[in-house]
Design a protein around this ligand. Sequence first.
Ligand SMILES: Cc1ncc(COP(=O)(O)O)c(C=O)c1O
Length: 388
Amino acid sequence: MLADRILGVQRSPFYSIMELAAKRGDCIYLHLGEPEFITPQHVREAAKKALDEGHTHYGPDRGLPELRQLIAAKIHRQYGAAHNWQDEILVTAGGQAALHIAVMALANPGDEIVILLPHYPPYVVNAQLAGAKAVFVKLRSEEAFVPNPADIERVITNRTKLIMILTPNNPTGAVYPKETLRRLLDIARRHDIVLIADEVYESLVYDGLQHTSLLSFPDAREHVVQVNSFSKTYAMTGLRVGYLAASADKLLQFLKYHHTVNISANVPSQVACVAALKGPQDCVEEMRSAYQARRDLVVKRLNDIPGVRCALPKGSFFVFADIRELGIGSLDFVEYLVREAGVVLTNGSGFDYEGFVRVSYAAKPESIEEAMGRMKAAVLKMPAKKNT
Ligand SMILES: Cc1ncc(COP(=O)(O)O)c(C=O)c1O
């Protein structure tokens, strides 16, 4: 009865971890990309007002004009890229929908999509749903999970259509240097490939570093599609607004897909996004600096656990900790931590990268402290042979 295209998609083994955690109770969840902060008040107020004023109907399919103007202005201000708000910005139901739309509209069955490991799992599902082949390039922890463009160029064939680029990165926290991005764009231009630039964590960069957008290169227009979102920057994951910035010819085709699935993005949420972009930006900086302190905390506490190693990543709100010395598979380790400590992390194998676990520090510092204490005690209890 069901279509092969969906039956071919694997259900993540992580669901069983969640069931295990629910059964145990009293768990600390450090597995989600979910900001613990409440959405800023002026953003919530704007959504409420929109509802009260009756903005409860379909919106324009491309997104509210005011919001698209603000997005285009933001892109210009931050990255110097000129995108026409009328036909080069599409407001979507979250960055997740933006990713799906872009892949479905750009990749033909049989095309190849280069995906870097560890990956954001929906990249693989989107490739599958498009009938395309995911071609993996494994990044190295010794290189801070920053891609080596030569490794990527090596896997390119005449079927390569897209390369998924995610900076700041989930799950590694890596922030790609400008020179790396420049070289990736050169590769895309040389081989006539599109880079899908997932920049949903653009505001979460630490230690005085700057995020470089692929859109900031003057020759990016034909070869870069930016996926972006309000979810992380303004702690508004549940309002579900993201966007695509791309050349008008591509965007027109994206619109067909978006219109078929969503008609338009949620209108009160778009009004909230207008308030987010127009309003004071202190909330963004406050959250960013709070995350930086939490990152320092989680990295320090992880490195204090025998057999666990963690470098200091520069962005997003994840660390990808090395557990290879523990001599246990990442899924087994995550299960063990749920059972023994009531701490929920994400197994590296879920990102096709064994030997590591992802820890989200979007949680409250008290929760991080408590979780790290429990995790250390649980690791110290592990059978000695596993500690070798
Ligand atoms: C790398 C990455 N891209 C896209 C998304 C989608 O975010 P949203 O749909 O909330 O905008 C997420 C969410 O966790 C993510 O981590």
